[in-house]
Design a binder for this molecule. Sequence first.
Ligand SMILES: N[C@@H](CCC(=O)N[C@@H](CS)C(=O)NCC(=O)O)C(=O)O
Length: 124
Amino acid sequence: MKFLLKGLRNGLGAIIAFISWLIPTSKVKRTSTQQKKADEQTINIELYQFFGCPFCVKTRRMIRRLNLNIVTRNAQTIGSEFRDEMQRETGKVQVPCLKIIKGDEVQWMFESNDISAYLNKHFG
Ligand SMILES: N[C@@H](CCC(=O)N[C@@H](CS)C(=O)NCC(=O)O)C(=O)O
């Protein structure tokens, strides 16, 4: 039963991700200098996510709209490097989660609304 529900959730998630991919987004436009600056800032940001999670789809759309080059990390597979890292460093697995590296410090930001607000504030 648990296996069936998981399959259903993943299937539904894949459909949501596909529909989101089909719907165009109007991207923020930047000059090449501005884009270079944004790229330099986002080099220290990574999105830990599941492909079919609706909150992750929403966050990826926001990243696409803001025209940001943010690396995504698959935290779905049990026993995978990024899932294990998140569990070890934050004590839980919850996606989407933004990993923000500031020098020696690492900030883990949960909640899609908080992530959207943060990205909008810095790159909107
Ligand atoms: N309120 C959270 C909800 C996030 C959430 O429920 N994420 C689910 C995936 S859709 C999750 O991390 N589940 C943990 C797991 O399945 O291991 C948000 O908006 O980001």
